[in-house]
Design a protein around this ligand. Structure first.
Ligand SMILES: [Zn+2]
Ligand SMILES: [Zn+2]
Ligand SMILES: [Zn+2]
Ligand SMILES: [Zn+2]
Length: 673
């Protein structure tokens, strides 16, 4: 294995700064501009030219994968995997391409992914094909509609094939054979169409569509000032914590408080192989990038958007970023922030029409003209908006929201800043090599550096729930990428959060996991959680990554971690005044605070009943009844909030069950093979 270019460079610079007290000179620099200037003046950087480096297309690999796929002893899933690889590596003018799509459509048909099969059939039919292949594909198209019980489309497709067969140059024996295959199906379709009105609608047999597609809607509608957040929230500024989101009314458990599209995002290197680069969804039958073999897309629409908006700027140098562990996901994310800022500036300048006309395949020609706006997009006056103010018209799509994120520059060590500066300069040279233009390099470099700092505290993971063979109990969360969500970033941290984040596609959905009362702050969790980490572990982690001392409830009261909580008796709350009445119900006849009579028997009965329903719902969840179980969990959690002092194990377990439901309603990958 060769050492990645970036790693070599970083090592060399670290050696360079040891001489001539360069590090202490660097340490005294005040601004990101100065730091970029300083590093760019090193001879290593001054003349650094980044050559193209991408995972190239390869005829040989394509052919090898195709041959493996045609080895029929393998199962459908395995065959599909080989075709996916063959399609990914096929050079853009490969003669194999139409046949690869044709063959893959057959595999998808066998696996009952009919809509996906239809897409591959259409892709294949875009090319001129031998007549028999065309007929076979059209018959399969008809059969897909047939299996999906789309009788009208099935009929017109079958009738169309019969026409093709009739007017073809096939001999009569062949014509009879092909037509003979179609006629019984066509007859069945005609009967179905005839009896259509009398029949009940059937469930959908297409496996391609088997996911819950809808986004949940924001509780109480969107906020006028912060459109990605619920109108039940408002943004306030406090001297201790800066900006934060607060409830302006009581919020129930399960309420959706933020639904946000990222400003910029990227899949991790591994996820790029089988997740759409644009929408982040796991794809069973991906289509390739015309330029490289590192990434894939779920369909043409996502590919066109990705190409036009950002991938043309990264495709030629992508492997430089991916191959270095130190750069990888974060480096690419920061690179994308700059590209997105630029693309949006173009859009703002009504260049949208120009972008729209650019074909995905012309990816190499038009890059230069597209980056003209970069200086304007990065230095617009709006960026002067202060971090210390409450945002007005806070948009997830505006660069200002990202530019204003906390960088913690003053708290970083010189070597931390040095490493980030070298990274920024390397990314700058990558960008310059793609656009062939060095203008505004200090500005662009310093913005890259700013985001390399702010993303360390403001980037979130995009996740996916992996379910092995439908086994929900053993499903687990996996990270598939990283993203910048400006609105979500407004939430401050607590080791005992009252909201949880889940991914759906590349979107982030934030929901209340505790009752949030009017005036209370919306508190997210940045990683260290009281159930998993001790107070001192949490403080160390938060200090080193986020540079603050946590004063949350769990930290100030030193709550027990999960292991200790399991053996701790729960403490009850008075149903009337909500004050703590101890861990035994038999001690008091009256509440010591509000003097109201306590009905311990009634309390016990209610609890028993709730517990029983909860346990049944847990079993139900493992059978896949997500929505039904979720409703019961939410009700149980609301009740437990009123009955016990938090933290208590029953509510913690219930929250985990709720969170699992939300994961299963988000990005899910069913491991079928
Ligand atoms: Zn997609
Ligand atoms: Zn590419
Ligand atoms: Zn804390
Ligand atoms: Zn009371």
């Amino acid at each position: 294995m060769t050492v990645p270019e970036f790693d070599k460079l970083l090592k060399a610079i670290m050696e360079d700064v040891k001489v001539d007290a360069a590090l202490s000179k660097f340490e005294r620099l005040k601004t990101d501009n100065d730091r970029i200037n300083f590093i760019l003046s090193f001879p290593r950087f001054k003349h650094l030219k980044i050559s193209e480096k991408r995972c190239e297309k390869c005829d040989k690999k394509c052919e090898k994968m195709k041959n493996s796929a045609e080895d029929t002893s393998k199962n459908h899933w395995e065959v599909l995997k080989y075709y996916n690889e063959a399609i990914k590596f096929a050079p853009s003018h490969s003669n194999y391409t139409p046949f690869l799509y044709a063959s893959r459509s057959g595999v998808l048909y066998s696996l009952q992914f009919f809509s996906l099969a239809l897409k591959d059939i259409a892709r294949s039919l875009n090319y001129s094909l031998p007549i028999k292949t065309t007929i076979n594909l059209q018959v399969m198209r008809g059969s897909c509609y047939f299996s999906m019980e789309k009788w009208c489309q099935a009929e017109s497709t079958f009738l169309g094939v019969i026409d093709i067969i009739r007017s073809s140059s096939l001999n009569n024996v062949e014509k009879v054979k092909f037509t003979g295959e179609i006629l019984p199906k066509l007859k069945y379709v005609k009967e179905k169409l005839h009896n259509k009105d009398k029949e009940q609608p059937k469930p959908n047999h297409d496996k391609s569509l088997r996911s819950i597609a809808d986004f949940p809607s924001l509780y109480n509608g969107p906020n006028t000032n912060i459109p990605a957040a619920s109108s039940a929230l408002k943004c306030n500024w406090t001297p201790e914590k800066g900006r934060g989101l607060f409830a302006n009314q009581d919020i129930k458990i399960g309420s959706v408080v933020i639904v946000e599209k990222p400003f910029a995002w990227t899949s991790s290197k591994e996820a790029m192989l089988d997740h759409c680069l644009h929408c982040c969804k796991y794809t069973i039958a991906p289509i390739p990038c015309p330029g490289c073999s590192s990434v894939c897309f779920c369909d043409e629409e996502c590919r066109e958007k990705a190409m036009n908006q950002y991938h043309i700027f990264e495709c030629p140098i992508l492997d430089h970023i991916l191959e270095s562990k130190d750069l990888s996901c974060m480096g690419l994310l920061v690179y994308r922030i700059i590209i997105t800022a630029n693309t949006q500036a173009i859009t703002r300048s009504e260049m949208a029409t120009v972008l729209h006309k650019t074909e995905a395949n012309e990816n190499n020609t038009s890059v230069e003209s597209k980056l003209n706006f970069i200086s304007e997009s990065l230095s617009c006056d709006e960026t002067e908006q202060s971090l210390n103010s409450i945002p007005v018209n806070f948009s997830s799509e505006s660069y200002v929201s990202v530019y204003n994120q906390v960088t913690n520059t003053d708290r970083r060590t010189a070597s931390d800043l040095l490493k980030r500066t070298v990274t920024a300069c390397f990314l700058l040279r990558c960008l310059q090599s793609v656009v062939g233009d060095n203008k505004d390099e200090i500005l662009v470099g310093s913005r890259l550096l700013t985001h390399l700092q702010s993303c360390a505290c403001n980037a979130y993971q995009i996740s996916e729930q992996i379910v092995p063979q439908g086994d929900i109990k053993n499903s687990k969360e996996a990270e598939i990428g990283g993203a910048v969500y400006p609105t979500v970033s407004l939430c401050n941290h607590s080791c005992s959060p009252n909201v949880v984040r889940h991914s759906k596609g590349r979107y982030c959905i934030v929901r209340a996991i505790r009752i949030i009362k009017k005036g209370e702050e919306i508190l997210d969790n940045y990683g260290p959680h009281f159930l998993a980490n001790t107070q001192s572990e949490r403080q160390i982690q938060l200090q080193s990554q986020y540079f603050f001392k946590c004063h949350c409830e769990a930290c100030s009261e030193n709550w027990p971690t999960s292991n200790h909580l399991k053996i701790t008796k729960s403490t009850y709350l008075c149903g009337n005044c909500s004050k703590c009445i101890g861990s035994s119900l038999t001690v008091f006849k009256k509440c010591p605070h509000c003097k109201k009579k306590l009905n311990s028997k009634g309390f016990d009965l209610v609890l028993q009943d709730l517990n029983k329903t909860y346990k049944e719902a847990l079993t139900d969840l493992l059978q896949g009844n997500i929505l039904q179980s979720l409703e019961i969990f939410l009700n149980y959690a609301e009740n437990l909030e009123r009955m016990y002092v938090f933290p208590n194990m029953p509510l913690v377990s219930c929250q985990q069950a709720i969170s699992l439901c939300w994961s299963l309603l988000g990005n899910v990958r069913n491991m079928t093979n």
